[in-house]
Design a protein around this ligand. Structure first.
Ligand code: ME8
Length: 517
């Protein structure tokens, strides 16, 4: 028997210093749609998300609220967990960096680097941006000493630090990127990283003295320092993979052999803001520890409001849960993934949201309602059996193009192709005029053909839309007399003839459009 294909995919672990917003929801839904698509294809998926709970930012937010950092983390990790539940995120593991297991893995990882001579002690003089939790050198800074990423003021720091010899892996990393053209997707992001690597790559500060920050993981070789939050955070992907057993004796902790664990990750998904940390810090840290690199990195663009990135601190965020209250989970998922070309920026506007919602209601929802209603009316609710038609060829072609787009992570194209099939099916209804066929006693076989083809189209559409609209597609399949949503492979050959359909309320009801913000 061939082994089932396995895929390990991850989202960033978010800072739970504020509520999850549309940007966080987008990344998580994107990864979820991929996870559901793979599972539907019979792949054994391990899907990870979580929260990044240490660092100055969390400490400052806890201080501002007058609570202990862990109290803030507990509160907010639960908020993220609840949001993901409402948005039907199907993660297999929600990791928190304050978990004992993760702390032990970070310490084992740093011990490993220390013992291999990858870490040295030095003095750090430079600038720190608390918001981005990033160190910057003088030449990186923007006008007035601002953070080059977010434009906020930076703090001057002068302290003893430990450094990871990142610079020594510069050539190896460039070589890896060049010989694996698909390692960073899309291409423009890959070129950005290669551009960044044209400058000499310095070493990476991996610690902060406890005199400055205590809210972190204590270094195993110097208890007066905590790990830099980015090093701590990136290692979460390894912790959750089950590769490292920090309780085993040195030499047997799993740094040599990853078989039997989920490492290496197949895909890290994240926004372009944190591409460097994932495509430069993380792989070089792994090289330092002697571990294989993740197989692929997918870096998407930003949701913007007007010209600026949507972010909590700018106060321009859209609450995905408020949208969900109004339009339902599947509509939010559909909008986010259909609207943003994977890789580019997209702007949230209520008008676009409504236009996308209308597609669901007027094209897909409408097709489902009318086909089911006609089967009830003309064939007593039982799907007739009949040979294929011209629409069947379109169904098969769409399945192929959706698969191709999904494999290239062009999720928006995959969804556009699926919706196009629904649109064509609606057009085909007009062409075939089943209501006229029903009136013509000699056209019974033609009517069977029309209704059977349309039922097959609906089954395929349910399979194609299932990753993005899992609840509504489950509902559609129930109405088509199926006990579950078929897989993509099954959907093409599923025997739908003889199933009993049931009418129901519209899958995507018409919405009062006034006051959508
Ligand atoms: O950076 N548009 O966490 P974070 C699209 N803890 N995506 C957005 C977005 C927007 N406007 N705003 C946020 C961190 N995101 C670290 C990660 S991983 C080891 C540590 C999404 O809470 C996007 O995925 O700031 C972005 O990369 C991520 O949230 C940043 O989340």
């Amino acid at each position: 028997m061939t082994q089932r294909q396995r895929k390990y995919l991850t989202t960033p672990i978010y800072y739970p210093s504020g509520e999850p917003h549309l940007g966080h929801a987008y990344t998580t839904i994107l990864a979820d749609v991929l996870a559901r698509f793979y599972r539907q294809d019979g792949v054994d998926v391990y899907f990870l998300t979580g929260t990044d709970e240490h660092g100055q930012k969390m400490q400052d937010e806890a201080d501002r609220r007058g609570i202990a950092p862990l109290e803030l983390c507990d509160l907010m990790a639960a908020r993220f967990g609840a949001a993901w539940e409402r948005l039907e995120i199907s993660h297999d593991r929600f990791i928190r960096t304050t978990e004992a297991e993760h702390i032990a893995v970070v310490q084992a990882f740093l011990t490993r680097l220390w013992e291999r001579g990858e870490i040295y002690e030095g003095a750090y003089t430079g600038w720190y941006c608390v918001h981005e939790e990033r160190y910057w050198t003088e030449k990186d800074l923007g006008p007035g000493g601002a953070c080059p990423d977010c434009g906020r003021p930076t703090q001057h720091v002068e302290e003893k630090n430990y450094f990871f010899r990142m610079g020594r892996y510069q050539d190896a990393l460039i070589e890896h990127i060049q010989s694996n053209p698909d390692w960073i997707v899309p291409d423009m992001r890959r070129n950005e990283v290669l551009g960044f690597l044209r400058k000499p790559l310095g070493d990476l500060s991996i610690s902060r003295p406890k005199t400055r920050l205590t809210w972190g993981i204590t270094l195993p070789f110097d208890s007066d320092h905590v790990a830099y939050v980015w090093v701590d955070a990136l290692i979460n992907y390894l912790t959750a993979s089950g590769t490292i057993d920090p309780t085993a004796p040195a030499g047997q902790q799993g740094f040599g052999d990853v078989t039997g664990s989920w490492w290496p990750a197949d895909l890290h998904v994240m926004g372009k803001d944190i591409l460097t940390t994932h495509a430069v810090y993380w792989p070089t840290l792994l090289m330092g520890a002697g571990l294989p690199l993740p197989r692929q990195i997918l870096s998407h663009g930003w949701w913007v409001a007007g010209e600026t990135k949507m972010s909590k601190s700018l106060g321009n965020v859209v609450d995905p849960l408020a949208l969900r209250e109004r339009f339902g989970t599947d509509a939010v998922r559909w909008y986010l993934l259909r609207e943003m070309p994977t890789g580019s920026d997209a702007s949230y506007t209520p008008e676009r949201f409504l236009a996308r919602y209308d597609e669901l209601a007027n094209v897909l929802g409408n097709l489902a309602s009318r086909v089911i209603a006609m089967i009830e009316k003309y064939r007593q609710g039982v799907v007739p059996g009949a040979p294929g038609t011209s629409l069947d060829a379109r169904i098969a072609a769409t399945m192929g193009s959706v698969r191709e787009s999904m494999e290239a992570y062009r999720v928006h194209d995959a969804l556009a192709a699926a919706m196009e099939l629904a649109r064509e099916a609606n057009g085909w209804v007009e062409e075939r005029q089943p209501w006229a066929q029903a009136k013509d006693a000699g056209a019974a076989a033609d009517l069977d053909e029309t209704l059977a083809t349309l039922a097959r189209a609906l089954v395929t559409l349910a399979a194609l839309f299932q990753p993005v609209a899992p609840a509504k597609m489950a509902e559609l399949c129930t109405r088509l007399g199926l006990d579950r949503v078929p897989t993509l492979a099954e959907s093409g050959s599923l025997a739908i003839a003889g199933r009993r359909v049931t009418k129901g309320a519209p899958l995507f009801p018409k919405i009062e459009t006034a006051g959508v913000a």
